[in-house]
Design a protein around this ligand. Structure first.
Ligand code: 0O2
Ligand code: 0O2
Length: 265
């Protein structure tokens, strides 16, 4: 197995990696252009190192003429801001299942954290690439994780290499604690996110009510009910300073009722 063999062997895997990176990055671009939230923060890809391919073949007793059975020669990694986004990305992949890719199986290391502390959602797909020799279907692994999970896994992976996969027990224990901290960080950020979303919705609701109140006061002025309009305007000024949504809602209803009443005369 010389360099030329590996060069040829890896061509379709590199092509698959490039195509998949473009496809997942385009989802992000498209959503951003439409001013929608993207569950994808960024996407990276890698081709497994030759030494790791051989190591894995050896570990899984895969003969060298069946290396294509290794599932993660092409690896795509999708990073999300929040833990909930992971399942949105999983859904996006499921929607494509049977179209440009086929899901073979999935490993949920989010709900089933590894003993090391590792968390991520893995999807193994079958992906066709068009080569000069015709179509070739190959396996690829998509890892979906949050930024916090990625931070932890990147450091743990490099330590794992440093210690040739024999990380001392005390460091392993500290890594497990760090994984717990990463998990708490994800949970905390999700809660903050929910609160931000609630606050944004309340703000939106409030500004709609305010503009409807102003519209109502304007209507009363136009149809000649100046005294009522002025009274409502004064009430509105006071309420706005306090900013109570329920009171604003009540004022809006009173103005609407008044308009209805005077228009029936
Ligand atoms: P942009 O403009 O940065 O958003 P390539 O295929 O050449 O585009 P390559 O060489 O494969 O990319 O690089 P890699 O390492 O696979 O992925 C790099 C992409 O991931 C770049 O985005 C980086 O900006 C982004 N990236 C890597 N690490 C982080 C990180 O910690 N945070 C964030 N937000 N992004 C990161 P692009 O697509 O080049 O474009
Ligand atoms: P590379 O080439 O260094 O990226 P195995 O890896 O054999 O134990 P399996 O079933 O082949 O298990 O695959 P698994 O565990 O579903 O996924 C393997 C890949 O997931 C790893 O690739 C890592 O990228 C990641 N991973 C899995 N467990 C851990 C972990 O405890 N820590 C970190 N940092 N990453 C993990 P490789 O094999 O490292 O390949």
């Amino acid at each position: 197995m010389d360099d030329r063999f590996w060069e040829q062997f890896l061509i379709p895997y590199e092509q698959a990696m490039e195509e998949l990176k473009v496809k997942f990055r385009s989802i992000r671009k498209e959503l951003k252009k439409r001013d929608e939230y993207s569950p994808i923060e960024f996407v990276t890809g890698r081709i497994k190192k030759i030494s790791s391919i051989l190591e894995k073949a050896n570990k899984l007793h895969i003969p060298l003429d069946r290396l294509e059975e290794i599932e993660d020669i092409t690896g795509i990694r999708i990073m999300c801001q929040f833990a909930e986004d992971i399942y949105r990305v999983v859904d996006l992949i499921h929607q494509r299942d049977g179209n440009d890719m086929t899901v073979v199986y999935e490993k949920d290391y989010i709900n089933n954290q590894k003993p090391s502390g590792y968390r991520s959602y893995h999807i193994i797909i079958r992906y066709p690439v068009q080569t000069s020799l015709g179509e070739k279907e190959l396996l690829a692994e998509i890892q979906i994780r949050t930024l916090a999970m990625n931070f932890w896994a990147t450091i743990e992976h490099s330590l794992s290499y440093k210690y040739e996969k024999n990380i001392p027990e005390d460091i392993k224990e500290r890594l497990r604690k760090a994984a717990e901290a990463a998990y708490l960080l994800d949970t905390e950020m999700s809660e903050i996110r929910d609160e931000i979303r609630d606050a944004q919705q309340l703000f939106e609701y409030k500004s709609n009510i305010v503009s409807r109140i102003l519209q109502g006061i304007e209507n009363l002025y136009q149809i000649g009910y100046v005294v009522e309009a002025t009274t409502f305007q004064n009430q509105f000024r006071e309420m706005r300073a306090q900013g109570d949504v329920m009171e604003l809602r009540q004022l809006y209803r009173t103005i609407q009722a008044k308009i209805k009443e005077v228009k029936t005369y």
